[in-house]
Design a protein around this ligand. Structure first.
Ligand code: NAD
Ligand code: UDP
Length: 337
């Protein structure tokens, strides 16, 4: 089977491509490299020992997509391509809606033209807004507090409308919790541009000496140690969830919305301690004011993923930290030489 992976050069996409290749799928990566390096593709090929067709292009470019679908028979699409920085989305909402929403519409139009109607979409736990309780099940109310989150909600709705109009589509919406970690080889990992927004890359860059100190955003939340609690999930477990969803896709006869999380919440200070243990490095931190828009705690009920996909996360916090550290230590400047 030929799988088109949009955004396949990025963090989650590149890890997923490895598992797809290992499972025997043929992979075509389509990426405009706006937030990725071509080096990630070279390393994925090295890890998997297999070839990947890589096409540089934008999901909004229907001419190029048509050319791609005409020259390859695509059986299903795993759609990672998108912009994901919350703060940037507040400053540049139109760019986010154009890239994420218009890009997805263009992709689906071309898919439909070529009778390719199977798609797995990268949604996010951000669509739960500030949940009234935890753990979070898929039927919780959704809301968004920023354009990035709204772009995910809009796309979910658009894909549901698409299914209503034509129920031969096979659609899975995967709502990721907080991906961390890296491939155990240390060859690929998360390589954010500029100052990281997310906790784990900030921790690893502090440990490697690129940042002087981690700011812990708030210690007065209603959580066991006052710092924010999240459901961190190893990126290899997350990647595996996509392969499981792909296998089950033909059986689905409704739009499937599925949480991918571990079901366990860890605080910011839990993560700092676990990382220090795994790396043997100290992570200097100071308590800073709460970050606007942050919620106290968020973790998944992963029961539905287990029931429907036969999937559950297998890697714990120590492995997440050890693998994040291996990647950072071997590649202090990410993919840049
Ligand atoms: P990433 O930025 O590493 O990967 C996204 C990839 O998409 C990049 O390679 C980028 O170059 C590409 N891309 C962006 N816009 C494109 C366009 N218009 N055309 C073609 N390629 C384009 O991000 P990631 O962390 O791997 O996230 C993958 C997906 O998962 C995104 O949709 C993101 O919103 C979603 N997600 C990520 C997280 C997270 O914390 N990392 C959490 C929930 C959901
Ligand atoms: N966080 C922090 N310092 C940072 C980055 C994040 O204290 O430099 C906290 C943040 O307040 C939240 C948790 O770490 O409680 C996870 O943040 P991240 O941005 O990684 O994920 P999200 O908030 O989107 O779930």
């Amino acid at each position: 089977m030929n799988i088109l992976v949009t955004g396949g050069a990025g963090y989650i996409g590149s890890h997923t491509v490895i598992l797809l290749l290992q499972a025997g799928y043929r992979v075509i990566v389509y990426d405009n490299f706006c937030n990725a390096s071509k080096e990630s593709i070279s390393r994925v090929k090295k890890i998997a020992g297999k070839e990947i067709i890589t096409v540089e292009g934008d999901i909004r470019d229907k001419v190029q997509l048509r050319r791609l679908f005409s020259s390859h028979k695509i059986d299903a699409v795993i759609h990672f391509a998108g912009l994901k920085a919350v703060g940037e989305s507040v400053e540049e909402p139109l760019r986010y809606y154009d890239n994420n929403v218009c890009g997805t519409v263009a992709l689906c139009e071309v898919m439909a033209e070529h009778q390719c109607k199977s798609i797995i979409f990268s949604s996010s736990a951000t669509v739960y807004g500030d949940p009234h309780t935890t753990p979070i099940t898929e039927d919780f109310p959704t809301s968004a507090t920023n354009p990035y989150g709204r772009s995910k909600l809009f796309i979910e709705e658009i894909l549901r409308d698409l299914y209503v109009s034509d129920n031969t589509w096979k659609i899975v919406l995967l709502r990721y919790f907080n991906p961390v970690g890296a491939h155990p080889s240390g060859l690929i990992g998360e390589d954010p541009n500029g100052i990281p927004n997310n906790l784990m890359p900030f921790i690893t860059q502090t440990a490697v000496g690129q940042r002087s100190c981690l700011s812990v955003f708030g210690d007065d939340y209603d959580t066991p140690d006052g710092t924010g609690v999240r459901d961190y999930i190893h990126v290899m477990d997350l990647a595996n969830g996509h392969v499981k969803a792909l296998v089950k896709l033909p059986e689905f006869n409704k739009v499937m919305t599925i949480n991918l999380g571990t079901g366990t919440g860890y605080s910011v200070l839990d993560m700092v301690k676990a990382f220090e243990k795994a790396s043997g490095r100290e992570v200097p931190y100071c308590i800073a004011p709460r970050r606007a828009g942050d919620i106290a705690q968020c973790y998944a009920d992963p029961g539905y993923a287990k029931e429907i996909l036969g999937w559950e996360a297998g890697k714990g916090i120590d492995e997440m930290c050890a693998d994040s550290w291996r990647w950072q230590e071997k590649n202090p400047n990410g993919y840049r030489k």
